[in-house]
Ligand binder design. Structure first.
Ligand SMILES: [Ca+2]
Ligand SMILES: [Ca+2]
Ligand SMILES: [Ca+2]
Length: 722
């Protein structure tokens, strides 16, 4: 392939492309709607195993021991006499130090519910749950500066807690577990996720924890709060989220946005049954000091399934491990998220408009030949704010086109990188600022940063098999441009480019940002072929006018024009179809097909021929319908220079006849002796071409050819080189 076509985008094709995009978007929308209606096999189900909005009043009086009315909650409190208690009333759960007119005292109260009674699939042994466990609730206490959880007696600290799970209802002084707490020595008093050993009073008045909330719960004082805690059994990872709902009342903790306060891995009490969950309040003797809770719910995600099989068998959804056992195609629009390991093996998989998203802890494994590849859809990586290497295993059905992002300086913030690979030339080519790069490979990658991904430096590696037009691999470069167009640039710092077997590996260091990438080169080094992007046709009163542009050419003898599958014109006869050999200059071509009929539809394609005879057919087609009457062509007498010239042993001679009549075309040697009669007959007006075969002539040298018809006579020279 030695022809390099300029990529002047064609308005017609642009519109067509847009229609295709819109059609596909509509198809995706329909598929998306369908996928919402149909149960997705790979989707982890989330089950609510316990919930209480406390909207069923159990009376305005406070319970000081045992079950609160008919609710799921029971009261435990300090065994020495004081006035702690709790009630479910006014649509919330309230814990108080002042349940009655009896004297208040230093003490505590725990309103618990037995976790063994939660619905399936909850397991009080947290690590035995099938998937992520989530606790959601509202919490608030009345003190502007709660003091903590030191043992009572002798202390008198105010502190509030939501006990995620514990082993004893005597939670102040005994049992182990996890809690969300508020209250410590001095200020501020951040919300904290803590574990405790031997009762919650073991926390004392410290301000530490497994996770200590930042803003907006770094010092909520007596504001209302929404809180969520998640626990992932497979990794023993906890994550705390929260929201400050202000001073007037609770907001729904399950809606809106809660801020993440980070994650922690802890398995101290995840392998023992934590049999009680509940609300806790401790404090002293001030009048009517309360803590309040609402909208308590616990959910458990079902196990995330694995998938092993053909690409055609996988359904949209989230999976743990995915292993493909063959190549093939997704069902159209299938979207797959992989949390564990994606084993592509060495297969080629057509994503068929769908996608694969790699979760934060996922791993991509290619086959032993690293040939695993996907195409026809998006491949997305979750990128942490840390050093990581992300392989985008793109390719075609036949060839690998892997692109790898390896961070050498971590991103400032993590996010996602969504990649696509397009196995055709990038549209809107612009080489204005990248000299000497004047050509790109006929394919490109698009990487889009999302989810806040920013910053960092990365090494970009392209591994591509069977890249056409590579003659001088060390001169290949990775080029980048704004998504959708604009000038290409050589991005980052070139490190190396090598060709091993059929595999090109190009590495650039110190790259930043993401958009569109391709392989570029000076076409004199590597005439990376660009397929025909600009090939236009239009109907004129004289026929179908065709035009196309090359940005550079190499070894190009010329073009043939194929109409409805048949060659109708060749560079051998038509000078306007002759190529420029090797050049990096832009060349415009035009050809008029006058031999057309009104009412017919014609489809044209271009074929190029190298000087060595290699033939290249271009995929692009131009189809035109001739609706207007075509004026009969008007011809003038003409005799053109033979082609090729010099020649051996054949050459072509083209001529035109204006008026019908006898036409003679004869060849003479320099002594005037006739050596061949090529035409000697009556011909109607038109363009003609004839081939002269000089194989029977023995001597090299100059010959003369003469055309005679009517009053027209013209003589030309040609050179036979034996
Ligand atoms: Ca409520
Ligand atoms: Ca009282
Ligand atoms: Ca405090």
């Amino acid at each position: 392939m030695f022809l390099i076509f300029a990529l002047a985008i064609n308005y017609f094709n642009h519109n067509k492309l847009w229609k295709i995009i819109m059609t596909q978007l509509r198809q995706y929308a329909i598929l998306l709607a369908l996928s919402m209606l149909l149960p997705a096999a790979g989707l982890a189900q989330v089950t609510t195993v316990f919930s209480d909005d406390f909207n069923t009043s159990q009376g305005s009086g406070f319970t000081t021991s045992g079950q609160i009315g008919t609710s799921a909650w029971s009261v435990t409190r300090i065994t020495s006499a004081n006035d702690f208690g709790a009630r479910i009333h006014n649509n919330e759960l309230t814990l108080t130090n002042d349940a009655s007119t009896a004297p208040n005292g230093n003490g505590w109260v725990f309103v618990s519910t037995p976790t063994a009674a939660f619905s399936t699939p909850y397991n009080p042994t947290l690590s035995s749950n099938t998937g992520v466990v989530t606790w959601t609730f509202n919490m608030r206490q009345s003190r502007p500066n709660p003091a903590g959880f030191r043992p009572i007696p002798p202390n008198n600290d105010y502190g509030v807690a939501f006990i995620i799970g514990c082993t004893s209802t005597d939670v102040h002084t005994s049992g182990d577990g996890y809690a969300i707490v508020l209250g410590n020595l001095g200020s501020p008093d951040p919300v904290r996720f803590v574990k405790f050993t031997g009762g919650i009073s073991s926390l004392g008045n410290s301000n530490t924890g497994l996770i200590v909330a930042g803003s907006p719960l770094d010092d909520p004082k007596n504001n209302y709060m929404s809180i969520r805690l998640t626990y992932t059994p497979s990794t023993n990872t906890w994550e705390l989220f929260g929201r400050n709902d202000g001073s007037s009342g609770f907001a729904d903790p399950t809606s809106g946005t809660l801020t993440s306060f980070g994650t922690v891995v802890d398995n101290t009490y995840t392998s023992v049954p934590l049999n009680f969950m509940g609300a806790y309040w401790q404090g002293s003797t001030a009048a009517n000091q309360t803590s309040t809770f609402d909208n308590v719910s616990v959910t458990v995600a079902s196990a995330v399934p694995d998938y092993t099989g053909a690409p055609s068998g996988i359904s949209s959804g989230t999976y743990n491990n995915v292993t493909f056992t063959s190549g093939g195609s997704f069902t159209a629009g299938t979207t797959v998220t992989v949390n564990g390991t994606l084993q592509l093996n060495d297969y080629a998989i057509d994503l068929n408009g769908g996608s694969i998203t790699m979760g934060a802890s996922s791993t991509l494994q290619l086959g032993t030949n690293s040939q695993g590849r996907v195409f026809g859809g998006t491949f997305t990586h979750t990128v942490p704010a840390a050093l990581s290497t992300k392989v985008f295993p793109f390719g075609t059905a036949a060839d690998r086109r892997h692109a790898t992002v390896q961070y050498t300086i971590a991103p400032i913030s993590g996010g996602t990188l969504q990649g696509t690979y397009t196995n055709s030339p990038a549209p809107n080519q612009d080489f204005s600022f990248v000299s000497p790069v004047g050509v790109t490979a006929p394919f490109y990658w698009t990487l889009d940063a999302g989810g806040g991904l920013s910053g960092g430096l990365y090494t970009f590696t392209i591994v591509a098999d069977n890249v056409p037009g590579v003659n001088n691999a060390p001169q290949l470069r990775i080029v980048k441009r704004p998504t959708g167009g604009g000038p290409w640039s050589i991005d980052g710092i070139f490190a190396s480019s090598t060709l091993s077997g059929n595999t090109v590996t190009i590495i650039h260091n110190s790259m930043t940002g993401f958009s569109e990438f391709s392989i570029g080169s000076d076409p004199n080094d590597n005439p990376l072929p660009v397929e025909l992007a600009s090939f236009r046709g239009s109907v004129t009163s004289r026929g179908v006018a065709l035009s196309w542009v090359t940005a550079s050419e190499k070894n190009n003898a010329g073009f043939m024009l194929v109409r409805n599958g048949s060659v109708i014109a060749s560079y051998q006869f038509s000078p306007e179809l002759r190529g420029k050999g090797t050049t990096t200059a832009v060349t415009n071509y035009a050809f008029l097909d006058a031999n057309v009929e009104t009412g017919q539809t014609y489809t044209y394609q271009l074929r190029s021929v190298d000087f060595d005879g290699s033939v290249h057919d271009y995929a692009q087609r131009v189809t035109v319908e001739v609706r207007e009457p075509i004026q009969p062509p008007v011809f003038t007498y003409n005799l053109e220079q033979n082609y090729p010239n010099p020649f051996n042993p054949t050459t072509n001679i083209r001529y035109s006849i204006r008026d019908a009549g006898l036409v003679t075309l004869k060849v003479y040697d320099l002594l005037g002796r006739e050596v061949a009669t090529l035409v000697n007959q009556a011909q109607p007006p038109g363009n003609y071409q004839v081939t002269f075969d000089a194989s029977r002539l023995t001597s090299s040298g100059m010959y003369i050819y003469r055309l005679q018809s009517g009053n027209f006579t013209r003589t030309m020279k040609m050179l036979l080189v034996k």
